[in-house]
Design a protein around this ligand. Structure first.
Ligand SMILES: Cc1cc2nc3c(=O)[nH]c(=O)nc-3n(C[C@H](O)[C@H](O)[C@H](O)COP(=O)(O)O)c2cc1C
Length: 200
């Protein structure tokens, strides 16, 4: 198959990206609005943008109505969030939190998700998440004004929490996290069937 991107619709570009850029980690982002309403939503266009300073990247894909999602709106209002890592135990409730709740709805309360207080930022983390990154917004880069365009949120990490069973001697143990990854469509994958390959 060969495709010329100039001949592809936004939908087809999206499909190609989510089908082939796999597996993607999931940032389950908690924020608080200016009015104090908590919000929680998953984003799999998620990676590490810098290690010193430690900066995570999360991308909002602009909806058809061109209205920013609550996560970006809240980040622009208050500048703080928590990126919660999603493990096998979190995955169903994480999926439920992607529903398009209106901005006045507190997803933690509505879905019965237990909060845990953060140390350096106002939004709480998700208690059941194995690793939580407290972050401050560094910048938003809007790559396109149109629908399906990307707004890249660069999030500077100010504190890291990990569950006791995921860390040893101040080091996070990858295999203990049991993180899940996003595949194309509605598919997910586990991360416990890895293999090692030493670098030359
Ligand atoms: C696993 C998963 C990953 C998602 N990844 C993204 C993403 O990277 N970017 C995005 O704009 N929406 C993504 N979504 C959809 C958002 O979660 C959804 O639009 C949500 O309602 C946004 O909530 P908010 O308005 O509270 O921020 C994803 C949904 C799921 C279930």
């Amino acid at each position: 198959m060969y495709r010329d991107v100039d001949q592809m619709s936004a939908r087809e570009c999206y499909q190609a990206a989510v089908a082939a850029v796999i597996p993607r980690p999931i940032a389950w982002v908690s924020t608080k609005s200016r009015d104090g309403v908590l919000n929680l939503a998953p984003y799999s266009f998620f990676s590490v943008a810098s290690c010193q300073p430690l900066i995570l990247s999360v991308t909002q894909i602009t909806p058809r109505n061109l209205k920013d999602k609550d996560t970006l709106t809240n980040l622009e209002q208050t500048g703080e969030c928590v990126v919660n890592i999603v493990d096998e135990a979190c995955v169903e409730i994480m999926n439920a939190s992607c529903e398009g709740f209106s901005p006045e709805v507190d997803e933690f309360k509505t879905l019965g998700i237990e909060e845990v207080e953060s140390i350096k930022v106002a939004p709480p983390g998700v208690a059941m998440s194995p690793v939580r990154f407290e972050c401050k917004l560094q910048q938003v880069i809007k790559l396109s004004e149109g629908a399906m365009g990307g707004s890249l949120m660069l999030l500077q990490v100010v504190a890291i929490h990990s569950a006791d069973h995921c860390a040893q001697d101040q080091t996070i143990m990858t295999n203990s996290i049991k993180a899940v990854g996003k595949m194309g469509g509605d598919s997910y994958c586990n991360t416990t069937q890895g293999f090692d390959l030493s670098r030359p």
